[in-house]
Ligand binder design. Structure first.
Ligand SMILES: Cc1cc2nc3c(=O)[nH]c(=O)nc-3n(C[C@H](O)[C@H](O)[C@H](O)COP(=O)(O)O)c2cc1C
Length: 207
């Protein structure tokens, strides 16, 4: 790859950023500032969202609060799991950003739109963060549905956690290579009017 992994937005194309971004699970010790996260979120909220309902709100756990946050979270796990979780959460995050969306039950049209808008917001955030060398893992661990965790995080009965984002700054040598290349879109595209060209079924991996 000849272009830099990250850079200022005037010199790096959106296509390059989309391709270069990787999920990061290893970070430096540098603290994640609230100012940076708010700056990124204020751009990310320009995600498309139907009805302009802006179906998201956020809970930020800054680096200085990380230890206390993890200790508050641990009673959600049994004793054997809790120690593993303590190690895992300390090692794989410098700060946390929890994205919460409305969830009135009944997975209807509006719920799907809101879920997808919320996902678009998270991807905006991941790409913007990448440009600033802030790494993200979008976590959908089971504990996001745990009533104890929901209460701890102030998630209301008409809401759900779309993602717990683990955040941390990274150096270029901490960026993993992609596990495998993405399948070219042509292999997953039928052209209307020419539908017999590809007869084998689409392969959705890990279905
Ligand atoms: C909706 C969603 C949920 C995810 N949940 C998790 C998760 O719970 N744990 C995790 O380690 N990574 C999670 N990921 C990150 C994916 O594993 C990651 O995007 C994938 O391995 C591709 O790697 P890349 O982001 O570097 O391209 C999630 C990603 C998405 C989009």
């Amino acid at each position: 790859m000849t272009q830099p992994i990250t850079g200022d937005e005037s010199s790096v194309s959106i296509a390059h950023t989309i391709r270069a971004r990787r999920t990061l699970r290893e970070f430096t010790n540098e603290a994640v500032s609230e100012q940076l996260v708010m700056e990124l979120l204020n751009d990310a909220v320009w995600a498309p969202n139907h009805g302009l309902r802006e179906p998201w709100r956020f809970l930020f756990v800054p680096t200085e609060q990380k230890g206390a946050f993890i200790e508050h979270l641990l009673p959600a796990f049994d004793t054997a799991q809790a120690e593993k979780m303590r190690v895992y959460l300390h090692a794989q995050a410098s700060a946390f950003l929890i994205v919460i969306m409305p969830d009135k039950g009944g997975h209807d049209k509006q719920w799907e739109e809101d879920l997808m808008a919320s996902a678009a917001l998270i991807q905006n955030f991941q790409l913007l963060a990448w440009e600033r060398k802030l790494g993200v893992v979008w976590k959908t661990n089971d504990h996001n549905w745990n009533p104890f965790v929901r209460e701890l995080l102030g998630v209301q009965s008409g809401e759900k956690i779309t993602g717990m984002l683990h955040l941390g700054h990274f150096k270029e040598d901490q960026v993993p290579a992609p596990k495998k290349p993405r399948t070219r879109a042509e292999l997953k595209t039928h052209i209307f009017g020419n539908i017999t060209v590809r007869e084998e079924p689409t392969n959705y991996e890990n279905d």
